[in-house]
Design a protein. Sequence first.
Length: 960
Amino acid sequence: MSLPLTEEQRKKIEENRQKALARRAEKLLAEQHQSAGSGFSTVATNSSQSKQGPPPNLPRDPSKPVNHGVVFMQQNLNSSSSDDQRPHSHSFHLSTPEQAKGIWKRQGDVPTACPGHSPLGQMTLTGISPPLAQSPPEVPSQQLLGGTLGQGHPQASHEIRSTPFTNRTREPLAKARSLQKTPASFFGQPPRDPGVEAKAVRPSTSGQDISDTNCGSGSVAPGTEGRHPQKLGASLHKAGSSQKGTCIRSGDRFQVKIGYNAELIAVFKRLPSRSYDPATKTWNFSMTDYSALMKAVQSLPTVTLQPLEGAEDSRESPSTAGVAQTCLPAAPSLAFVKGQCVLISRVRFEADIGYSEDLIALFKQMESRNYDVKTRKWNFLLEEHNKLIQSVRCLPQVQLDPLPKTLTLAFASQLEKTSPCLTEPIPEADLSGVDPKLVSNLLPFQRAGVNFAIAKRGRLLLADDMGLGKTIQAICIAAFYRKEWPLLVVVPSSVRFTWEQAFLRWLPSLSPDRINVVVTSRDRLMAGLVNIVSFDLLSKLEKQLKTPFKVVIIDESHFLKNIKTARCRAAMPLLKVAKRVILLSGTPAMSRPAELYTQIIGVRPTFFPQFHAFGLRYCDAKRQPWGWDYSGSSNLGELKLLLEEAVMLRRLKCDVLAQLPPKQRKIVALVPGQISTKARAALDAAAKEMTTMNKTKRQQKEALLLFFNRTAEAKIPSVIEYILDLLESGREKFLVFAHHKVVLSAITRELEKKHVPHIRIDGSTSSADREDLCQQFHLFEKHAVAVLSITAANMGLTFSSADLVVFAELFWNPGVLLQAEDRVHRIGQSSSVSIHYLVARGTADDYLWPLVQEKIKVLGEAGLSETNFSEMTEATNYFYKDPKQQKIYDLFQKSFEEDGSDMELLEAAESFDPGSASGAPGSDSQDVEDTVDEITLMGSPVKKRRYEFFDNFDSFTSPL
Ligand SMILES: Nc1ncnc2c1ncn2[C@@H]1O[C@H](COP(=O)(O)OP(=O)(O)OP(=O)(O)O)[C@@H](O)[C@H]1O
């Protein structure tokens, strides 16, 4: 076993070795000069050219021999720091700026023509990239980095792969790599002493060598010349055989992690700030010695040191700034990092970017800096955003994208502020010009909503949860701008008349004849002061518009989510020119942020003028073989902040529950236009029958029953349309009560067709099944509909997982209706319950509804009901006052109140067959089929089945 060498012995050996190397290098230099003089380039030069060919556009003076400035001088460590004494050889110069420019342009095409421009993930002698600061403007940095595939910062390399230059750079790179593996074969010579090879091609660091000229950097700024690339040949040899180590920053010093290497240790020992840590067995140095070390390492053929990440650092070592500039190969491409600023609160943004030492040094100069240990990201006050971005632009190896312009505009006040203020109070709007009835009825959160809208100058997306009273708020906001009317209200067709009722209810000052409900495409869109139109009719009528509406309300604005639809194409131009835009939706986006885009630009047309920019930031846009995929989501926190700041107001039911009544009832006035001609004729005939004189009591009741039954069949299409609108609006779970089997069947058939999960409970459902179905409904995850018979499912069942009940039909006994409502409004229900009564004008509903209201009132007076329907609904003026109508109403009232004859009526209803002219059992059902087929909502024929209304009869007839 031999004893380890002493330090002195090692030193001696090393010195001898260095001398030998220097002698061999000198010898080689002489040989090279000889061959240059005879018109041949160095071996390396020849090889390089022969493999890659001369650059196609490279201006070249054929009279000048190509010499790659090969340097053979042994580097003197003692003088390395500032005084580079290596000889230079410049036998090829670009003499004109055009030549230089041409070369830069060529970089992407022939990257290895300038081998030193192959940037590195780790610094070896393979060549050092020129700093990006030196890059001519027309050459993207990625292009310059083209040779770093897979070696640089992951993001940077990703960028490179996605550029068109990638393919062009791959081939030469592959060549270069293969050269690295087999340098000898590349040079067409047997392997040589790597040390000699390395030195043989060492470029000058103080002057311009051949690689400078090839890269067109003929006029190099003095301070940056040290960054010039090394010769390919030298690096190839070194990369193939060197021992690899890393420099690691530790406070204001750095340590070198590497295995034992005698040459290196000799270098270490010459550095004044050296210190050896026996615990970690590593050497460490002051930053002032960094550049000297790196330069010295360049001359060691057996060592490759990965530099400090992001090291450039003339700042770090002012005393050796000159050294760093001349000797230290800067590492812009090595640590190239790319990222973006992202908003994280109303007043702060974070830098979402990879690690860069320079960048962190810069972050630390920001007064408002804050490091989030959880996200491991730095964040700052918005007011420092512009300053930070400007400073980062000085770091060539960093690309930090600023916040998008839309955000800087939306948060302009925060960007300019000197002291942050989290919430600025929204001023109380002066509503003295609005009908007092409306203003006094606003709940506190609704009033706040109106204030918000007016603070936003009447342009907003009011996205309150369903049932929170968006209608009353929208009417109030629009009324605030009444001087700018006529007003346009665009709504789903099933609620056109509900809106009319709401205007009548809340704005008594508005004469009913000033309201224009557009029903057909022949109607005029601007006939009223308030014009209510469906989405679909709008797209047919918008051409009528000569002057734009200044105030526009869009109900269920998520109907505009698809920019390609006719409804969206019709509405968007109107919103762009309108002064006030009030969008209403309880579910502005049901599945992805892309759905919000049209609504955002509806409110703020200048935000994200290109959808693609929006898609990239918030929809995680990805390029696919077929185009861009915008179905994802990204930066949602920022999107929410942007919406809340400038576009949207959203309150959830749970936020304002204390202000809400336990039940909110709403009358939905169904569109008469949707009752087919046949159904209308049948209804008219039934109504006429009722008013015919000289009828026996029995005949009167039969006529009434027929009218009731005809009403059911006439309402089917509108009912189904309303249910589908609810589903489209994102209503998740709700109950639909109906009385006639034909209605229940039409609904379930449609739900089946649309694959909507649902259950059905009617008189034919056994007791055991009822419970199971109830459970099934609870377990449905997303949307689901329970289709229930008013009389068979109004008791004993709990559906508290829903908070909406829809009555597709009215029933003359309000007790039954209240019981049905309470399937949802019961223990276990934590929300305010919404109840929608679908009422069709010109049908039996005209009489049933006032009857129900009247009865409830009586019950209330008797202390038997807490509910007063008329206070909570719009349709208080529903009742027709003409004598004929009055007669029918009286008939209804009498028939349903006299001698507890519900049983008799129900029996008659049970035997109703919608297809029969008389309503008598046994007739075919062609009539109702035709009715429904006309609007293609029903598929199969309605088959008559026995109704079993009476399994709950006790509860039905018993008082509340
Ligand atoms: N301040 C109020 N005073 C009296 N009734 C109100 C008030 N606010 C809302 N309502 C009633 O509550 C019911 C629900 O209101 P509205 O239809 O406007 O809710 P919404 O938010 O539009 O719900 P959706 O999204 O389901 O359409 C209506 O019958 C409405 O008249």
